[in-house]
Structures are given as C-alpha cells and as structure tokens.
Design a protein around this ligand. Sequence first.
Ligand code: CA2
Length: 156
Amino acid sequence: MVETILGQQMSSLLILNGPNLNLLGTRQPEVYGATTLDQIETLCIETGRKAGCNVTCYQSNHEGELVEAIHAARNTHDGIILNAGAYTHTSVALMDAISSAGVPVVELHLSNIHAREEFRHKSYIAPVAVGQICGFGPKGYVLAIDAILDHLEKSR
Ligand code: CA2
C-alpha cells in the first residue's frame, strides 16, 4: 500500500502468471484465444490506472520463482491475481506459499477449468484463495482486479 500526496491509500496489485502463459496468442488460439500476454498485462495496468491502483506484472515458467514472487509480495503488494497455469493442479508449494505470505489471492483462469479434463477440476490454489474466476478469457483479469479491490476495501 502506497500513501499518495493527497493522503489516500493506493493499493498495489501483483498480476502473477505461471508456466506457458508467455505463449498466449501464439499457439492453441482455439483454447486460449488470440490475445497475447503483453496485451493482457497492458489491459491489467490500464484497469489498475482507472481504478487508482498500482499494477505490477510478472510471469515465470518456474515453480520456485512463482513461490519467491508470492513471498516477496508480502512486503510490496496488497493483493495478487494468480493464474498458476498447470501448477494450479499440482503445486502444494504454491498453496503453502499463499498460506504463509498472508497476501490475499484471487485465482484466475482464462478457460473454464471445470468444463475441461477431470485433472483440471482440482485446484490447490482454491482452498487458500479469496475466490476463483475462470472461463471469461482476458476479461477475467479485469473481473479479478475488481474483485480483489472490493475485497481489500471491505477488509480495511
Ligand atoms: O485457463 C487457464 O488460464 C489455465 O490456467 C491455462 C493453463 C492450464 O494448464 C490450466 O489448466 C488452465 C495452461 C496455460 C498454457 O498456455 C498456453 C498458451 C498458448 C499455447 C499453449 C499453452
């Protein structure tokens, strides 16, 4: 949280994207659409600007780097929008990082993971997240930013 000149509190959000999401817009457009990660990050920054909050974006294909980003967010961010990609369905390490960091997380997926293969129905993030948004494509990031800001406002 950053104090502005006018004495208002400005929330700071981390948009964290996991493995293979750097390929968005370049492969499998029938599943994940034609929008690139760059375009999604620009959308998030613009959404944050309109809402009066600071948005930082980070993507990694490495589980440990995502864990470290969640740890670091404890001192730098008020909330996280997390698309953990395939680690959603496997990573106890990410689940533990979220629990221990104590930074509220909204879980985000471009696709509706519950309408896809059974192995995608399980999420290790969901039990430690404020909530989950999935199936709305890039618009989901806008919805997630709105949801986390609402959550932060209510918990102030
Ligand atoms: O729907 C989502 O956002 C997912 O988190 C995407 C993950 C998938 O493993 C999750 O079950 C749901 C996969 C991201 C892979 O992204 C690609 C993008 C373009 C081409 C290939 C993969």
